[in-house]
Design a protein around this ligand. Structure first.
Ligand SMILES: Nc1ncnc2c1ncn2[C@@H]1O[C@H](COP(=O)(O)OP(=O)(O)OP(=O)(O)O)[C@@H](O)[C@H]1O
Ligand SMILES: [Mg+2]
Length: 364
């Protein structure tokens, strides 16, 4: 079934933690919600608490689950992902808990379940919202007493596996509709972790792009690769329904399609360039009804200024240089677009010009 199981003995707390990659190499992002998320990961990794991760598809739920495991005292044990949506419902129970010989038609021998494979490690119950109600009841019992019962067996076996669950559907809503058990929902979310969609943390888009480009550069030494400012504006404006996974795949595709060192806007897929938000804000040609030029210019300025600040870690001097502006002109624009950006309804938390300004002033 392709479950990734690596067997290893459990070491005492500490040794494994030192070996794991730094969290900011694994979970990229400077948005406050991601900064908080990294801190939360470090904190829950120290515990055995059950964690429920929620977020749209491609937001990084598995990245977070693996990071928690890698930082925990269980890091030398297995991380065992179980995709509850991909395993046929009638097989899920025996996959998770194992079965005895003859427990059902086709059960020729007895088999250990994935909970046993996760002994001393972590079991990752992905898309848990898809778990049938009857199995939810059994899982709840396992969580309460730490004992699993193989299908067809009347004997329980104690297992020591940490449970991390994830869902890209709203489990609270599923509870309301009766398709998810309320008691299990509360038992799972001892520590709830919600990951924001990428469109709500747009400032992370350039950082993630740079991260993925860096990986491609490392794979092909000597290759230079960057994104043109025009292209970056489109990438920034797009809504990313597939979140980070969509962005990652696009960057890989663009790297293949790009002949030179610069990824130009012309290389971007049509759906991205013509996304409603981008089209409504920065048109390629003059629409019939005309445009509000000053507003468009301000929007473009706002986006690029935010992007420049993010790319330079909030350093105004460097950001001004990146935009070909004098520092004083830049500061004036920053003040103006700061008001503008925080007033615009979809900018949300991602651009916090006042905070950025403080950060860069602190830095000198
Ligand atoms: N903050 C991040 N920094 C770096 N890479 C990320 C980040 N978030 C996600 N990714 C990458 O994006 C891809 C999707 O992440 P992941 O598989 O964890 O998403 P998911 O939430 O589990 O998606 P799904 O709901 O579709 O299963 C992975 O290749 C992952 O490495
Ligand atoms: Mg996933």
């Amino acid at each position: 079934m392709g479950h990734q199981v690596h067997i290893g003995s459990r070491l005492e707390s500490g040794s494994a933690v030192r070996a794991s990659r730094p969290l900011d190499d694994v979970l990229i992002g400077a948005h406050p919600s991601i900064v908080k998320l990294r801190a939360l990961i470090e904190r829950v990794a120290d515990t055995d608490a059950t964690v429920l991760i929620s977020g749209e598809s491609g937001t990084g739920k598995e990245v977070v689950a693996r990071a928690i495991h890698a930082r925990s005292a269980r890091a030398d044990g297995s991380f065992v992902p179980v995709n509850c949506a991909a395993i046929p419902q009638d097989l899920l129970e025996s996959e998770m808990f194992g079965h005895e010989r003859g427990a059902f038609t086709g059960a020729l021998g007895s088999r250990h379940g994935l909970f046993s494979s996760a002994e001393g490690g972590t079991i990752f119950l992905d898309e848990i919202g898809e778990m049938p109600l009857a199995l939810q009841a059994k899982l709840l019992r396992v969580l309460e007493d730490g004992v699993v019962r193989a299908v067809g067996s009347d004997r329980g076996v104690r297992v020591d596996a940490r449970v991390i669950a994830a869902s890209n559907t709203d489990l609270a809503m599923a509870v309301g509709k009766g398709s998810f058990r309320r008691d299990l929902f509360y038992r799972l979310q001892v520590v709830p972790i919600a990951i924001a969609p990428l469109r709500d943390r747009r400032a992370d888009i350039p950082l993630l792009i740079e991260h993925f480009l860096g990986r491609i550069r490392a794979e092909t030494p000597g290759r230079e690769l960057e994104v043109s400012r025009d292209a970056m504006v489109h990438l920034w404006s797009y809504d990313w329904p597939g979140n980070v996974r969509e962005l990652e795949n696009l960057v890989s595709r663009l790297a293949i399609l790009c002949d030179g060192a610069t990824i130009e806007a012309s290389l971007l897929p049509a759906n991205l360039v013509n996304s409603p938000r981008a089209a409504a804000s920065i048109p390629d040609s003059l629409p019939e009804g005309g445009v509000n030029l000053p507003e468009l210019v301000r929007e473009l300025e706002g986006r690029l200024i935010n992007e420049a600040l993010k790319q330079t870690g909030g350093n105004k001097q460097a950001a001004a240089k990146l935009l070909g502006l004098k520092r004083t002109t830049f500061s004036a624009k920053l003040r103006r677009c700061g008001v503008l950006v925080s007033a615009s309804h979809d900018a949300g938390e991602e651009t916090q010009p006042s905070k950025l300004e403080e950060a860069s002033d602190d830095g000198g």
